[in-house]
Design a protein around this ligand. Structure first.
Ligand code: 5HY
Length: 247
């Protein structure tokens, strides 16, 4: 199957790292193509960044129409543009936060999220509510590492995430850790070994759940609010991205 991984930020290094990590976990027949928006911030660390990330995801999924992707993964923990992408394609679309919460709930009665900045905790809290995981998410914790610092020094980042995760497991009485940033994907195995509990990286979880949905023959519903966007006039730089009029 053909899987499109869209990194909503414009860090080429992060796009490459997440694509490599996704490809390494994918089944033998799965080919992962990584893309990122043509505009927007190098990392997504707040609502303003996220608004552009969502538009960038919509841009990339719109441009990929007709390329025959069987599934799409949105590789940023805020899941920006998730509903928009689902309108644009019948292929299953998974956000890494939603996928990680589901995967964690299969292997533990309660999990803790360890993420980057404190403000990201508040955004993740709203995602937990949106997806209905209030009962199983027992805490959301910041490492105070900016997203791009994860690229700079992986060893130092791993140590810091491990320390915060240990406190979280004890304080929250959780059985698993969800990594709250796509940029943490390469640290998942090491952290799982060190912590001795399931550590869920949303990129991996989304890839494997996407493969499962495709294997089940499930596509995104075209019924109701996930129906394709309505054709209409579009203005400005985004005009070429407007849905084509029917016929
Ligand atoms: C992410 N930001 O996964 C998020 C999460 C965060 O650029 N990729 C980003 O840490 O805010």
């Amino acid at each position: 199957m053909k899987l499109l991984l869209v990194n909503p930020n414009t860090s080429g290094a992060m796009t490459r790292a997440m694509t490599e990590s996704a490809q390494a976990l994918a089944a033998p027949g799965t080919v992962v193509t990584g893309r990122q928006p043509s505009f927007g911030p190098a990392s997504i660390e707040g609502h303003f960044d996220e608004a552009f990330g969502a538009a960038g995801v919509a841009e990339q999924v719109r441009l990929a129409q007709g390329e025959g992707f069987d599934a799409v993964v949105i590789a940023c923990f805020g899941d920006p543009g998730l509903d928009a992408a689902r309108e644009l394609t019948a292929a299953p679309v998974l956000g890494i936060a939603e996928a990680a919460f589901h995967a964690a709930s299969f292997v533990a009665t309660g999990f803790s999220v360890v993420t980057t900045l404190a403000r990201t905790c508040l955004i993740a809290e709203r995602l937990v509510q949106r997806y209905g995981f209030e009962r199983s998410c027992r805490g959301i914790h910041a490492t105070d590492l900016p997203v791009l610092a994860l690229e700079d020094d992986g060893a130092a980042a791993a140590d810091r995430i491990e320390a915060v995760a240990r406190q979280a497991l004890a304080r929250d009485r959780s059985g698993a850790i969800v990594l709250g940033c796509g940029g943490m994907t390469g640290l998942c195995r090491t952290l799982q070994q060190r912590l001795g509990v399931p550590v869920i990286d949303g990129v991996g979880a989304a890839v494997k759940l996407a493969e499962a949905l495709v294997g089940l023959g499930l596509t995104t519903s075209r019924h109701g609010d996930y129906a394709p966007p309505l054709p209409k006039a579009w203005a400005g730089w985004a005009a070429p991205l407007g849905p084509r009029p029917a016929g």
